[in-house]
Design a protein around this ligand. Structure first.
Ligand code: SME
Length: 152
């Protein structure tokens, strides 16, 4: 099981007081990649001109732009809620950046009351993510929101 408390502490230590948005998101994704087992992708998509654009991540090269009406990432933005998908093959409009991905969690990240990014975590295992993972990833997203509030 992932120790999300340690991961959040680690990420806080890495990004606290660092005035560089992209560098901080890069270090946050690297720390998450090291800490979360059985994943094949973790990273951020950033809101830009009404669509999501690929940000810092770990894993295979990924889709560059995602329209908000598409995929799990788009659903996280349009609903404003975390998406936990047990089997992406059953999710209408899923964007298959890596054909190996089977399950996924996407958490919206806000600044000044608006969604500015999403945290996306994928696994090649069906049903990999539990409610505990969802809660832990929401805590990680909250660290990013708090620490980077002034940088978006
Ligand atoms: N699967 C996502 C797209 C992003 S990648 O998996 C990295 C989606 O359906 O939104």
């Amino acid at each position: 099981m992932t120790d999300y408390h340690s991961l959040c502490q680690n990420v806080t230590g890495l990004i606290d007081g660092v005035p560089h948005l992209i560098a901080n998101l890069a270090n946050a994704s690297a720390a998450a990649w090291q800490a979360i087992e059985d994943i094949n992708w973790v990273g951020f998509y950033l809101m830009e001109d009404g669509r999501l654009v690929l940000g810092p991540f770990q894993g295979k090269p990924a889709c560059i732009e995602i329209a908000l009406h598409r995929g799990v990432c788009g659903a996280a933005v349009t609903t404003g809620e975390t998406q936990l998908v047990e089997d992406v093959r059953e999710f209408p409009g899923h964007v298959a950046c890596d054909a190996a991905s089977r399950s996924e969690v996407v958490v919206p990240i806000r600044a000044r009351g608006e969604i500015v990014a999403v945290l996306d975590v994928d696994s090649a295992t069906v049903g990999r993510f539990t409610e505990a993972d969802k809660t832990g990833l929401e805590q990680l997203a909250a660290v990013v929101e708090r620490e980077l509030a002034e940088l978006w």
